[in-house]
Ligand binder design. Structure first.
Ligand code: ADP
Ligand code: ASP
Ligand code: MG
Length: 485
């Protein structure tokens, strides 16, 4: 393709109702005037949660709520459609397409309720419905503004493995299919609007990329199509120095590196799906995070090397809904393969290990995993160490789920001594008890396990300690002053 391509993704709140969708369509129109654009769209906000909730109820045999859910979804999407698309023929076509999707949803849910069985594959089919409903609406709205547009299902583009609930893309096939399907549209000046969150196996079975996965869809397509940039339109001004819901004084970071942003995403910053930066890092394609409600603001630019903000610490993040697993006992010292066997067990379950620490006396190892994986992980560990538990070499596999992991992130922390010290002293002063500590050798990140109840206090304390609330200008001033004195 001759002209540089832009892939842009709109999150759930950015397509939350007809007004938001119209705003998103205007952003697409403005971008399409400059270069070819591929749009990726999430479900309207709240829809995925409602679908998953209905699936779980159906699994418990409850079919009563199904008609009301379908009626609600129909009303929500048809109301938006009527506000967005004026041409009667087009409107009828989109309404018919929405109806087909809703009828499919009805069959999936009724089948689940009948069998009282919800396989990961069926859950993927149900939870991906929201994107299939929102995509024709945004495409219709773009068309309404005079820009030709077509709704495209990512099942035709993104080829994934069969790991339902958290599928990974197969990039070579994805590249081939995306080019074949999308380039002819782009060449004709048509803006493809693609379902976020979903993909399909080589055999065409629909999968999902995990919650919040539309960000990942966008960078997968960005990489597959050699886009010159990927823009993630959301409901905040960019990546902030901390979750603004927990630390209200958090500030937007103008520029951040792939590594830093990936650490933040991995440790719970909801603004990005944890894998978002993977597909684009090697090619060095910039990712912009921008506010669809304030498109004039510069947002955050994620690039290979983000500018330093003066200090070493760039941002903080925290993750709840995690569990600390400890494998311990006096005999651990002599067991040379305890780490290997523990992580073989978690790897077999594809459980994401967020944090690992080993006590220096080697009497125990502890690691943090998502709380949702706790039961099966503990079971797998008890099986793996069955013999040692019986002979008491391993004394316990225990769980603490009343915790949070707080991470201090910044690429330039490397080489600045004392950041760990300041972190611990500040928390100590505020009486925050640190349960475990880990620092990777990359030094992008110091992570701490704290009691769940202390998470907010820990974040507020560290945000102040590292002056993250201060403006860029003030920080530059401070670092100039520090250099001079
Ligand atoms: P979308 O629907 O656009 O994908 P999300 O709700 O998934 O939006 O992500 C955006 C939200 O992420 C923000 O509204 C904010 O509350 C939350 N968030 C958490 N940590 C951060 C952070 N460090 N910077 C910006 N937003 C964050
Ligand atoms: N709609 C999906 C979710 O809520 C994907 C996304 O929003 O990115 O998880
Ligand atoms: Mg999101």
């Amino acid at each position: 393709m001759s002209k540089p391509l832009c892939v842009m993704k709109f999150g759930g709140t950015s397509v939350g109702d007809a007004d938001c969708i119209r705003r998103a369509a205007a952003i697409v129109k403005a971008a399409a005037a400059k270069s070819p654009v591929v749009v990726v769209v999430s479900a309207m906000s709240g829809v995925t949660n409602r679908l998953i909730d209905a699936a779980k109820k159906a699994q418990a045999g409850q079919s009563d709520p199904i008609p009301a859910l379908i009626a609600d979804l129909r009303k929500q999407h048809i109301t938006a459609l009527e506000a967005l698309v004026s041409d009667a023929k087009r409107r009828a076509e989109i309404a018919a397409a929405l109806d087909l999707v809703l009828r499919e949803l009805d069959r999936f849910l009724q089948g689940t309720a009948l069998l009282r069985e919800l396989t990961p594959r069926t859950l993927d089919a149900i939870s991906g419905i929201g994107e299939r409903l929102s995509t024709p609406l945004l495409s219709g709205a773009v068309h309404e503004l005079g820009v030709p547009s077509a709704a495209v299902s990512a099942t035709e583009l993104i080829v994934t493995d069969a790991h339902h609930g958290r599928a990974e893309p197969l990039m070579a096939q994805t590249r081939e299919r995306s080019a074949k399907r999308l380039r002819p549209l782009l060449d004709q000046g048509i803006v493809p609007v693609v379902t976020g969150f979903i993909g399909a196996t080589v055999d065409g079975v629909q999968t999902t990329l995990g919650r919040g996965g539309s960000d990942y869809s966008a960078t997968i397509l960005g990489a597959a199509l050699d886009a010159h940039e990927t823009i993630i339109w959301t409901d905040v001004d960019g990546v902030k120095t901390a979750d603004p819901r927990i630390v209200p004084e958090a500030r937007t970071i103008p520029e951040i590196s792939y590594n830093e942003a990936a650490e933040l995403a991995y440790f719970g910053a909801k603004v990005l799906h944890p894998n978002t930066l993977r597909p684009v890092t090697a090619a060095g394609v910039p990712v912009l995070i921008k506010n669809s409600f304030a498109p004039e603001k510069p947002g955050t630019r994620i690039i290979a090397r983000g500018e330093s903000n003066g200090g070493g610490v760039k941002a903080l993040t925290a993750i709840r809904d995690v569990s600390l697993i400890t494998v311990g006992g006096p005999g651990i010292v002599g067991l040379t393969d305890v780490l290997a066997r523990s992580f073989a067990a978690t790897a077999a379950l594809r459980v994401n290990v967020l944090f690992v620490s080993q006590s220096s006396s080697q009497n125990d190892i502890c690691f943090v995993i998502p709380a949702a994986d706790q039961a099966r992980t503990v079971q797998a560990l008890r099986n793996a160490f069955g013999a040692e538990i019986a002979e008491q070499t391993v004394e316990h596999v225990s769980v603490d789920s009343d915790i949070a992991v707080v991470a201090v992130v910044g690429e330039n922390m490397r080489g600045i001594p004392g950041i760990a010290g300041r972190t611990f002293s500040a928390l100590g002063r505020e009486g925050v008890n640190i349960i475990a500590i880990a620092q990777g050798s990359s030094e992008y990140n110091i992570s701490l396990v704290v009691e769940a109840a202390a998470m907010q206090r820990a974040l507020a304390t560290l945000h102040k300690e590292f002056h993250l609330q201060e403006t860029e200008g003030a920080l530059q001033e401070a670092s100039r002053f520090a250099r001079q004195s």
